[in-house]
Design a protein around this ligand. Structure first.
Ligand code: MGD
Ligand code: MGD
Ligand code: MO
Length: 762
């Protein structure tokens, strides 16, 4: 008999635990009354859009349209704690490098523009004007392609549009963003199959779907408001939800609605997943192959016997390309191989296939568990293969739903933050601003890291984010930052990336989206795109923590004017005075997507971008939706030997973090308390490897490229996880990811399948 794991998750997400945690987060940031009043505006028409996840904002919101984690993110932003210049006067950067991610951000909001002084190793206050002029002068002396303009997915459409335009006026497409570590596998995978870069599912589809398949997403923690849609589908229409995840994530097992008093009083909870398949880490292509093989062979059988078809042949004939080759590949796949790579039985996969086959309209939802793999793009394309078999694109209740990360990460790409020049309407930019946009492909996140290591990159501008922590291979990367000529960080709070700086370094504090943004023509609003391709307005309501902060658009314009003020015909000052004019410019650049943006962004529930796939118009090379034959089932075919000692490590978020922002050390739903330096293993693997509960181990990456990669001090916990797999936290384990260990076509770091070995620490 198998050993039983010791760490067991709590059974339902939501409930009183949530309500208590919200109150606790507000109290910790000293914002109790003020914070709870603010929260009534969160994700509401004419309110502000949550700074946490990007899940859709409904037209008819709940009285409190926020979740525990959204409330934590708000409290973290509107905290009354600050990190003023006298804090920096008391600490050198070298000293601060010993602080944890949690402790650095916990100091509070940055209050004044700072410049690093090499003589004291301290950030010291400077003026905005001096900062802009010096940055501009330095940038003008550099080759445009040696400068990287990174964006993290929180910046608004207005800021992002201005920032991308600035980089192009300057002369480079070096515009990597957090999406390069996230859903780039989606952005590369979907255009080839269904001709759109984003998901096709809208909130309305949840009311029409007959089946949901869920891959690699921890909804209870990372998009909790979505649990309302799942609960409604389960309760009102008994919709089957079939989950594929190596961990039994409590939010996908059961949910207790903290906003339904009856649920809270009676302790009633809704079972979310009707089938739960603990697929092996990296086993999704195999699992999806099993589903497709089952459907195709059932269809072959039914047709041979004159029964009703299992596949939608009319759709396949009219709308798709490549079906025969795909069907042959699926027929030829062996169940042995599928079972081995997926770690699931044929019977389990057939029962999932049966539920899918019975649904008139089905959708597939997924997160980082699919995209952050060597085969991330192929995983995404296997999902569209499955959907196309039964015509599940372009009809109500059906479609593909990549669950995006940061609250505007999807929108940034829509308005020009991209390293790929072919994704930008260059002719439009040329005619609007009278310059020639650069046509050379820029660097994505991985390429920017390579450029920092090999000296091609000389300056790094970070609009938000914590690049040095979020990216792979810390041990190689961290020393390289000090070789840069210039680093500029636009941020709300101090983080480790600001301490790993170049020879000249600026730390420029900005308003948060929740803050009131006062400009020459009055208080400004911004806009963003959610996970369902819907655009919303957002108006800040919090009194900013300092009068020396500038808004992100003002900072971008300040640097842009000092750098490229003499190029093109952009009215930077006019745009900062009135963001409505930036939106006019966005509309002029992308008229099909942003018609009447200034008005429609205030529609309750926002407004949708047009997507050809939703109308079964396929903007692909074949003019059809394409089936794509998977290349391999093996996640790591090109990685070193797997000799039984090697485990496949996935690194994920926990409940009390927003990416590298760590609110607290507990991962309540998964039953892990007081530490993040843990590694969760299958109990049988522990026996096999001679490890016991709470043993301290060193994890090392198996990669023969001449670099040692280790993380020490991890405590072993037995956990309900498939054999051969291990699980620990991001960003603590990022030193283990080799820079080159990324998805083949999209270069998304393969943070979910790092080959490691463990040894006991003395
Ligand atoms: N509160 C909060 N909300 C957030 C964030 C946050 O940090 N905190 N981050 C935001 C961002 S930027 C993003 S991208 C999203 C991320 O949200 P998720 O996509 O949920 O990201 P992770 O936390 O990394 O969790 C990945 C999930 O995939 C599963 N998984 C891992 N490997 C595999 C695999 O091989 N196959 C399958 N099927 N499953 C696998 C893990 O068990 C886990 O449930 O959340 C966003 N929302
Ligand atoms: N191992 C591993 N690595 C991963 C992942 C993983 O699952 N595993 N996930 C990847 C994913 S999906 C993502 S998206 C990236 C995230 O990577 P990043 O987006 O680079 O990181 P964040 O932690 O979200 O950045 C947090 C910082 O942003 C700043 N900030 C917060 N709000 C604002 C604001 O309003 N304006 C500005 N200018 N700054 C602000 C604060 O200073 C804060 O410290 O990490 C990736 N890295
Ligand atoms: Mo993300």
């Amino acid at each position: 008999m198998s050993a039983q794991p010791k760490t067991t998750p709590s059974n339902a997400v939501g409930g009183w635990g949530s309500a208590k945690a919200v109150a606790g987060s507000l109290a910790k940031e000293h914002v109790l009354l003020h914070g709870s009043a603010l929260l009534t505006h969160q994700n509401k028409p004419d309110g502000y859009m949550c700074v946490s996840c990007s899940w859709a904002k409904p037209a008819h919101p709940h009285p409190l349209e926020f979740c525990e984690n959204g409330a934590k993110a708000t409290a973290w932003d509107v905290t009354t704690k600050t990190a003023p210049p006298n804090f920096f006067a008391a600490h050198t950067c070298t000293q601060l490098l010993d602080w944890s991610d949690h402790d650095l951000e916990k100091i509070g909001r940055l209050t004044a523009p700072m410049r690093w002084n090499p003589a004291t190793d301290k950030y010291e206050e400077t003026s905005w004007q001096e900062a802009f002029e010096d940055i501009g002068a330095r940038l003008r002396r550099l080759q445009p392609d040696s400068v990287v303009f990174y964006t993290s997915g929180r910046a608004s459409l207005e800021t992002s549009y201005m920032y991308a335009l600035f980089a192009r006026l300057y002369g480079t497409n070096n515009l990597p963003d957090s999406s390069n570590m996230c859903h780039e596998s989606t952005s590369v995978g979907l255009p080839k199959t269904i001709g759109v870069p984003v998901g096709t599912v809208t909130l309305e589809d949840f009311q029409h779907t007959d089946c949901m398949l869920f891959f690699g997403h921890n909804t209870g923690t990372n998009a909790p408001r979505m649990l309302h849609q799942l609960q409604d589908a389960r309760e009102q229409r008994d919709v089957p939800i079939i989950t594929f995840n190596p961990l039994r994530e409590p939010g996908l097992v059961a949910f207790r609605n903290p906003q339904a008093p009856a649920d809270m009083l009676t302790g009633r909870k809704t079972v979310i997943s009707t089938q739960y398949h603990q697929v092996k880490v990296g086993g999704d292509t195999a699992a999806l192959t099993g589903l497709c093989k089952y459907l195709i062979e059932e269809d072959d059988r039914a047709r041979a016997q004159g029964g009703p078809a299992v596949l939608d042949h009319a759709f396949i004939a009219e709308h798709t390309h490549g079906y025969e080759a795909f069907a042959q590949a699926m027929r030829g796949a062996s169940w042995d191989q599928i079972e081995r790579h997926a770690g699931l039985s044929r019977a389990a996969l057939e029962s999932a296939g049966r539920a899918y086959a019975q649904a008139k309209a089905a959708m597939v939802l997924y997160g980082m568990g699919l995209t952050q793999h060597r085969n991330g793009v192929q995983n995404v394309q296997m999902i569209t293969n499955l959907l196309l078999l039964r015509g599940n694109i372009g009809k109500p209740g059906a479609g593909v739903c990549p669950i995006r990360g940061h609250s505007n990460v999807q929108g940034q790409r829509t308005v020009g933050i991209t390293e790929k020049p072919d994704k930008v309407p260059a002719e439009k930019l040329k005619s609007l601003y009278h310059f020639d946009p650069p046509s050379k492909k820029g660097m994505n996140t991985i390429e920017a890291c390579e450029g920092i290591l090999d000296g091609r990159v000389k300056a790094f501008i970070g609009l938000g984010g914590n690049f040095a922590r979020a990216t792979p291979d810390h041990t190689r990367m961290e020393p390289a930052w000090s070789t840069l000529d210039l680093t500029v960080a636009v941020a709300t709070k101090l983080n480790r990336s600001h301490l790993l700086h170049g020879r000249v370094a600026y730390l420029l504090p900005c308003l948060s989206r929740i803050d009131i943004d006062r400009q020459a023509t009055g208080d400004q609003a911004v806009s963003m795109e959610d996970s369902t391709g819907c655009f919303h307005g957002s108006r800040g309501r919090n009194e900013p923590p300092s009068d020396r902060l500038l808004s992100e658009p003002a900072i971008v314009a300040g640097i842009a004017k000092a750098t490229v003020g003499d190029r093109g015909t952009v009215d930077w000052d006019g745009w900062v005075a009135d963001y409505g004019r930036v939106r006019d410019a966005i509309e002029a650049t992308y008229p099909e997507i942003f018609k009447d943006l200034n008005t429609r962004m205030w529609n309750p529930g926002g407004f949708h971008r047009p997507l050809g796939a939703c109308e079964r118009k396929w903007n692909t090379e074949t003019g059809k939706a394409n089936f794509i034959v998977p290349e391999t089932y093996d996640e790591d075919a090109d990685m070193p030997e797997h000799d039984g000692r090697v485990l496949r490590l996935m690194t994920t978020r926990g409940d009390n973090q927003f990416n590298t922002t760590i609110y607290a050390l507990d991962d309540r739903f998964r039953g892990i308390k007081g530490t993040r330096k843990v590694i969760m293993l299958n109990p049988d693997d522990m026996v096999r490897l001679g490890l016991r509960e709470n043993d301290k181990v060193i994890a090392s990456t198996v990669a023969h490229d001449g670099h040692e990669r280790e993380v020490a001090g991890l405590e072993v916990r037995s956990f309900d996880i498939p054999a051969g797999c291990a699980w620990s936290y991001y960003p603590e384990c990022n030193p283990l990811i080799p820079l080159w260990h990324h998805a083949k076509e999209s270069k998304v770091p393969a943070a979910k399948s790092i080959p490691i070995t463990l040894r006991k620490q003395a």
